[in-house]
Design a protein around this ligand. Structure first.
Ligand SMILES: [Zn+2]
Length: 102
């Protein structure tokens, strides 16, 4: 992988990461229905959309959260995590991608 590719901050979807199997003692995130009436937010990171469950790291109103979209019966079922500050949200995203949170 070239330097340019490894520094690319927003990879196309086919290069997005996959969620690994959860570790034996992973953090269980609280998942809430979307609040509604809010703008969609800005998607900063996402997982590969070849999976039945896609996660996105979303920035909205100075906070960040993880949006989970599960494809069930051809429909996307959306849940949202708690909302966190920038650093806490990045830590949660890393935990998600390492199987330490789900
Ligand atoms: Zn994939």
């Amino acid at each position: 992988m070239s330097w340019v590719m490894s520094q690319w901050p927003f990879p196309p979807h086919r290069m997005a990461p996959h969620i690994p199997a959860a570790q034996s003692h992973y953090d269980r995130l609280a998942w809430h229905p979307p609040r509604g009436g809010e703008p969609p937010g800005r998607v900063l990171r996402w997982t590969c959309d070849c999976e039945e469950v896609v996660y996105e790291l979303v920035a909205l109103g100075g906070l960040r959260f993880i949006r989970r979209t599960a494809l069930r019966g051809g429909k996307g079922v959306i849940h949202e995590s708690d909302r966190w500050s920038l650093h806490a949200a990045n830590a949660m995203w890393d935990a998600l991608l390492t199987g330490n949170a789900r």
